[in-house]
Write a protein of this length. Structure first.
Length: 467
């Protein structure tokens, strides 16, 4: 064995503090690949630093998406990132766990015992709505042709409240469907069943009821829609079904208002979607859809992938994606159980109700949603409020304390009304709510005494993330 002088120069480079490293000491190319590699710990720090001024997710009152999961859930998800949700033969246990989740959710939505329901995980509600919409379109076309309707004479249509989430507009554009919207009114911030029925005809692929309108958090009266459609369908040439977009309510209402009839208990509800990453309490990247019976999912939309020598039916737009959010969803179901979900949602609701009261007590605001249903607080400035500031100014003030609380106009027919909305999530504990309340009252007080720049420009802008 021969030995030479110990070369320390390489080792020494690892002793450098992160901010003394050559990589941190220059402007690394950002829009072209850097020619050299850099150490992992330095790359980690540089990326983290890029995110420094992004705002604290926990203080973001704009989003419905989960911003907290338990350490064990995060660990589990981190350890399963490589599992591909589409690959049922390589990961059969993961496939079984997805299957359990579909069954748990179908049960929460009161699927009839004798129904051959089908369901799948998706990337989120947007993909789930796309699948639900496609099923309704294909099923309509098959049945309309059989009923002697000229399917090429007109575009098929979809009926939905004007408070729809943008995914439905996408669905209609991508699939060449006419989007027929039922305007919301000030008195009724959800769908008017009679007005919806006036838009229904032989070319209607379905009516979408929304359990948790994105703008205000209100629920459509899906039972009323179902009743109207029951009467309509008795004499219609072609029956019209309901799909429920329960992105935010689907994993909230079953625990909080089990008696509310909005789900598969209703005759005409044939499919429902939800976002696991909203009140399903999982980090972003998971949605679900269930069809009440296989009859509602046309066969031509189902593709078979080979699986352990057999074939598994799949229905998806995406192919490969990580299964870790599916496992995160199962972790939550297993960990919290029915009682756990109910208690978490109960606490979240208490915080929303408290915040609504805080806002109302100032006397300046009219409350549209007081958090007593979905834990969403939504309000506008009272017509006669004697103030020189707007909700946009208030949003800016709250932002100074790190709170993101968006202000934005309501949709069609109500677009002159600017509202502010807080989405309360499980990680917004009452203790934090008291601090927010303090910041809120202070913000209002500061605005009352601030030098405000008056402008003749009507205050209408999109402020923050509204969908
Ligand atoms: C959030 C939301 C969606 C979109 O859900 P993603 O999971 O973000 O794709 C669709 N519809 C409604 C009513 C929503 O609130």
């Amino acid at each position: 064995m021969l030995y030479g002088k110990d070369d320390q120069s390489k080792a020494r480079s690892y002793v450098n503090p992160v901010f003394g490293s050559p990589a941190s000491d220059r402007d690394i190319p950002k829009y072209k690949l850097n020619p050299e590699s850099i150490e992992p710990r330095i790359a980690y720090r540089l990326v983290k630093d890029e995110l420094l001024d992004e705002g604290v997710a926990r203080q973001n009152l704009a989003t419905f998406c989960q911003t907290y999961m338990e350490d064990e859930a995060t660990k589990l998800m981190g350890e399963t990132l490589e599992k591909n949700a589409i690959d049922k033969s390589e990961y059969p246990r993961t496939a079984e766990i997805e299957n359990r989740c579909v069954n748990i959710i179908a049960d929460l939505w009161n699927v009839p015992n004798d129904a051959n329901y089908l369901g799948t995980s998706t990337v989120g509600s947007s993909e789930a709505c796309m699948l639900g919409g496609m099923a309704m379109k294909f099923r309509w076309r098959n049945r309309a042709a059989a009923a002697g309707i000229d399917v090429s004479a007109r575009k098929p249509n979809l009926v939905i409240s004007s408070g729809y989430q943008v995914c439905w507009e996408k669905f209609c554009v991508y699939w060449d469907i006419e989007l027929r919207t039922v305007p919301m009114s000030r008195e009724r911030m959800s769908v008017d069943a009679d007005a919806a029925m006036a838009l229904v005809d032989d070319y209607t692929i379905g009516v979408v009821g929304i359990l948790g309108i994105t703008y205000t958090g209100q629920y459509d009266d899906i039972e009323a829609l179902d009743e109207k459609l029951r009467v309509y369908n008795e004499r219609a040439k072609i029956t019209v079904p309901i799909h429920v977009d329960a992105a935010s309510g689907g994993l909230y209402t079953p625990f909080m208002e089990p008696e509310l009839r909005w789900d598969f208990r209703l005759e005409n509800v044939i499919s429902i979607n939800t976002s696991g990453h909203k009140y399903g309490l999982v980090y972003p990247g998971i949605g679900w859809i269930v069809w009440k019976d296989e009859a509602y999912l046309p066969k031509e939309l189902i593709f078979k992938v080979s699986y352990l020598g057999g074939e598994t039916p799949t229905m998806a737009i995406n192919f490969s994606r990580s299964a870790s959010p599916v496992l995160g969803q199962y972790y939550n179901f297993l960990r919290y159980g029915h009682e756990g979900y109910r208690k978490i949602h109960e606490r979240t609701k208490d915080v929303a109700v408290f915040l609504a009261k805080t806002v109302e007590d100032t006397g300046y605001f009219e409350i549209y949603n007081d958090g007593s249903r979905l834990p969403i607080v939504c309000y506008t400035l009272k017509d006669g409020a004697d103030v020189r500031w707007t909700l946009y100014d208030l949003a800016d003030r709250l932002q100074m304390k790190g709170w993101q609380a968006p202000a934005y106009p309501l949709p069609e027919a109500l677009q002159d009304t600017i509202i502010q909305r807080y989405v309360v999530r499980a990680d917004f504990a009452m203790n934090m709510a008291y601090e927010f309340a303090e910041d809120f009252r202070q913000a209002v007080d500061e605005l009352n005494h601030a030098r405000i720049l008056d402008s003749d420009e009507p205050a209408r802008k999109i402020h923050g993330f509204t969908h």
